[in-house]
Structures are given as structure tokens and as C-alpha cells.
Write a protein that binds this ligand. Sequence first.
Ligand code: FE
Length: 140
Amino acid sequence: MEKIDQTYQTEKLGDFVQTADWKKEKHVPVIECPTKVKAGELIEVKLSIGKEIAHPNTTEHFIAWINLFFKPAGEKYVYNIGHFDFNAHGASVDGPNTSTIFTHHAVSTFFKTNKSGTLFAVSHCNIHGLWQSSKELTIQ
Ligand code: FE
């Protein structure tokens, strides 16, 4: 049997998730949705990066994906609403930044809930790592 050389580590991935004010830091996801909604009503959530300070979108430097979670108030676990990949960053057979095709790092999605809680967005820059932000949602 293969010997697996992995021991329990206390370091968490979350230790490397950075955060800041999205108005001052270009990597932080911006979450746009109503603050108060009715139970069971579809909620549109717009996610974007660099609303105030633009983030580059080149073959060498881009936002790879954004992930949206919802944590109901008082509950232990988070729910994953969706994962959104941004896959075109200018590469073609002619080389980096030659295709003229670039996926913009913004997306709109919908979900519903009967519970108030917190939305968390996590984005990944291919060279500057993980960034998160959050927004409270109240169900009336
Ligand atoms: Fe970056």
C-alpha cells in the first residue's frame, strides 16, 4: 500500500483570504443586491471586481473566478450559491494578449431564501490570491 506522507496541519486556507474596502482595493468583490427582500422572492445578486479601481484583464494578470456563499444567521454552515469562472484572457495561437477576447470579471445571478443572513463573495486573482467581501441580507 502506498504510504501517504500527510500529517494534520492547523493552518487554514482562510488565513490567506484577504479583505479590504472595495473602494480602496481593486481585488475586493463588490456585491450588489437589495438589503431587504421578501421571503422566497428571487434576489438578483451582481458580483464584480474593480468597480472603483479597475483590475487588469490580460493573459498574464486576471481575475480567474468568483464564488458566492450564503450563511443564514445563527446557523453553523455556509451554502454555496454559485461559482463563476472567467476564462478568456486574450491568449490565442498568436501569443499572449492577441485574441481580443477577454471575459469581463462580473456576473449576475439569482437565488431565494426564507432566512436572513450574510452573503460572502470570494474572488481569485491569478497572481494576487484570494479576496473576500460580505453583505448583510434581511428577509422581511
Ligand atoms: Fe491582481
